[in-house]
Write a protein that binds this ligand. Sequence first.
Ligand code: 6MZ
Length: 334
Amino acid sequence: MEHAESLEGFCKKLPKIELHAHLNGSIRMSTIQELWDRKADRSGDLPFLEAQKTKDFQSAFSMFSVIYQLVQGLDVIDRITREVIEDFAKENVIYVELRTTLKAYDDKTKLDYLDVVLKAMRETAALHNIEVNLLVSINRAESLENAMEAVELAVQRKDQGVVGIDLCGNPVCGKFSELRPALEKARREGFKLTLHAAEIVNYGETQEILDFSPERLGHAVFMTDDLKSQLFSKKIPVEICITSNIKSQSCDGPLGHHFGEFYRKSHPIILCTDDMGVFCTSVSQEFSIVGDTFQLGREELYDLSLSSIDCSFASEASKETFRRRMRESRTSLG
Ligand code: 6MZ
């Protein structure tokens, strides 16, 4: 049957949820440019643009240092939180789990940072018919002491939209095993956990992470057959970030991406952007990519979006609301 709507149009209209979005990596390109233009001591082109051209995994990380030079202060954090949520809402994302590493600026504490993000989340969500929760990130390059502090701050704001803890950061730095006590503490405090895993080849650590059984994993690119079969039998949902993996050269292209294998095994997966500013993507685009590459029909894309809801850390009542919104949209989707 011919569809009046293009695949891109369908994927944009499809209600979606986003479970893997780093706040600073999701910054709008136009905002980065504006912050750069305002900088008194700039010379030459925005280094972000230069960094975006380079494509290996470590140069993807160099973009975060450019962002951090420009995103200084809670007023900017407030602005980018609002803009990122607006951008998700514009493409019919009905629920987002944003994640961010808490930072202290001048006289402002990490708790101030957390409060600014939570307030901006609440206010913007109310304006745009989108629900937003927060995961506090632990950067694996940080000390255990810092990781413990992040969990303690998350505990202080548990009833205000913090639903989980993420382990992220440059995978060549730090070790899961050394930060594990902070993640155990988070678990004791009732937080759900999502851990970046297997973004580079590190089978030993991937095994430790699987043994730890977090509620979700991010990426899961470099897995042996044995690790994959453990993952499949444990049914740990995986946040899949295709454009991020391609642009950081963790895989050759969409066709060779492990989405195909995980999808065929009916393993729980969620299509995510990772860093929509850094990697110039959107959740709608991630759906279009899998529709095109793996020949998924509209029913299958709809079901993929619907099943992602089960993997979220939202309350059961919220999940029911998302499912209802998806059902209601079904007839108008084309
Ligand atoms: C691992 C990543 C990442 O926390 O300052 N981050 N960690 N793998 C990735 N794949 C490309 N993309 C982003 O957002 C930016 C931070 O998120 C983590 C990095 O630690 C980065 O510094 P926040 O809001």
